[in-house]
Design a protein around this ligand. Structure first.
Ligand SMILES: O=P(O)(O)O[C@H]1O[C@H](CO)[C@@H](O)[C@H]1O
Length: 296
């Protein structure tokens, strides 16, 4: 079950050095765009962008709605890097590859990671088009040992046994709640628990009932490994799920979910998600000014 694959500190460093020598941006915030949410990168000014296929060591995106491009740019005076397309375990990537960019970001000087995803709702209060601020997650693959931190621990990145309580920063969560009120969209936004399942199939009805009984508010096939690796190496994390569908949890319900529908809701809500993320970046406090953008 455990892969023998290892990625050395040098390999992450090489990718980081390559990127830093190809852009003048020095990002302090990294954003991962979920399915259908790639437009988050469009707001960046003075862009430098790289296809994943051109970046040494980077895996390739294979999923529709994940362009496979790394975009650097400035947002509200802060230097950012945005992944237009993430890697999923079900694509056949190892968990180390899935989370490869996170440690590269850390080495580039990123302090804060913003993860976004498309997710199905189990909570009755979450409707398609709503935005769930991730309060916590259940990493189902992780619970059975499919964890990117399995294998030798690199102390340069973090400890062998990292705490995961509080991995979604409380201050940023409250800030986004407040921003949603100020933007007049608070009726669309609430906090909840995200669960990662392996995918790629959507849930059976029995699985949906199980997740619901376990207190899961929204389910998807990503995010948890990225957040685990980010927390391990000391990044501050904010996460949001765009609810793209209700998970069918009744045998009487004839609806079914598909990826095109997921992408469509992403397109419909893109502006609101974009505004929330932009306002968050604009208002968030930065700990360390050394990496503030020095684009000449
Ligand atoms: O989590 P993101 O990448 O947003 O994508 C979500 O959407 C896809 C299913 O439509 C799955 O990959 C699921 O995880």
């Amino acid at each position: 079950m455990h892969s023998k694959e290892q990625i050395s500190h040098d390999e992450y460093q090489k990718t980081s050095d390559w990127l830093m020598s190809h852009t003048k941006h020095r990002p302090i915030v990294a954003i991962i765009c979920g399915s259908g949410l790639g437009m988050l990168a469009d707001t960046l000014k003075c862009q430098d962008s790289f296809d994943y296929s051109d970046i040494p060591g980077f895996p390739q995106s294979t999923v529709q709605g994940h362009a496979g491009r790394l975009v650097f740019g400035e947002l509200k005076g802060k230097s950012c890097v945005c992944m237009q397309g993430r890697f999923h375990m079900y694509e056949g990537h190892s968990l180390l590859k899935t989370t490869f960019p996170i440690r590269v970001f850390k080495l580039m000087g990123v302090e804060t990671l913003i993860v976004t995803n498309a997710a199905g709702s189990l909570a009755d209060s979450l409707r398609p088009g709503d935005i769930m601020i991730i309060k916590d997650h259940i990493n189902f693959p992780g619970l059975v040992g499919l964890n990117p931190l399995c294998g030798p621990n690199d102390e340069k990145f973090g400890p062998r046994f990292p705490a995961m309580s509080g991995c979604y920063d409380k201050g940023l969560r409250s800030l986004v709640m407040e921003l949603a009120k100020q933007m007049g969209v608070s009726s669309l936004v609430q906090e909840g628990v995200y669960a990662m399942v392996g995918g790629p199939n959507f849930e059976t009805i029995a699985e949906a009932k199980l997740l619901h009984r376990l207190g899961v508010d929204a389910v998807g096939m990503s995010t948890a490994p990225e957040v685990v690796v980010a927390t391990h190496c000391g990044l501050r994390v904010f996460g949001l799920s765009l609810i793209t569908n209700k998970v069918v949890k009744s045998y009487e319900d004839s609806e079914s979910v598909n990826h095109e529908g997921v992408l469509e809701v992403g397109r419909l809500r893109s502006q609101t998600v974009q505004q929330l993320v932009t306002e968050l970046i604009s208002r968030m406090e930065i700990n360390n000014n050394e990496n503030t953008n020095n684009v000449s």
